[in-house]
Design a binder for this molecule. Structure first.
Ligand code: S3P
Length: 166
């Protein structure tokens, strides 16, 4: 197997599940946001502040391209990684793609204690998440080899399903 790539919205569990999955498959785990932060020497909210979302998306595209050219990794992508067609093409050719689905209610619950997501620095994060899902859910589905439900399920159970079905 080449790479396993996790896509899905904020709060779908990509990092937690990716780490566990990488251990099971004995592959390295990479998180594209963490790689961007390391490369830039700044965190995601700072990049959004200084360069806007457009600047972040440029960095994200460069990083997705680089990571998809690797071999033998489990890759957790940012929730908006599917927005650009160039990214969708890179992800498609980069490995098997798993869409971690979560309802907006679960996304909201899982992200509510975290200030590291600039798109959710809003008076109504539930509305933001639901608007994002309208646009992105079809894009996640378009490129996914596998869609896995994460609502009300412990990460280990999700990992087992991925291992069974991959
Ligand atoms: C974003 C999701 C974040 C991060 C950035 C933008 C998005 O990643 O890439 O804040 O557009 O949905 P996570 O999905 O890992 O939270």
């Amino acid at each position: 197997m080449r790479n396993v790539i996790l896509v899905g919205p904020m709060g779908s569990g990509k990092s937690t599940i990716g780490r566990l999955l990488a251990k099971e498959l004995r592959l390295a785990f990479k998180d594209s946001d963490k790689e961007i932060e390391q490369r830039t020497g700044a965190d995601i909210p700072w990049i959004f502040d200084m360069e806007g979302e457009a600047g972040f998306r440029e960095r994200e595209q460069a990083m997705i391209g680089k990571l998809c050219a690797s071999d033998g990794i489990v890759l957790a992508t940012g929730g908006g990684a599917v927005l650009r067609s160039e990214n969708r093409a890179a992800l498609r050719s980069g490995g098997r793609i798993v869409y971690l689905h979560a309802s907006v209610a679960q996304q909201l619950e899982r992200t509510s204690r975290d200030r590291n997501r600039p798109l959710l620095h809003s008076a109504d994060p539930g509305r933001v998440l639901s608007d994002l899902m309208l646009v992105r859910d079809p894009l996640y589905r378009e490129i996914a080899d596998l869609v896995v439900e994460t609502d009300e399920r412990p990460p280990r159970m999700v990992v087992e399903e991925i291992l069974d079905r991959l």
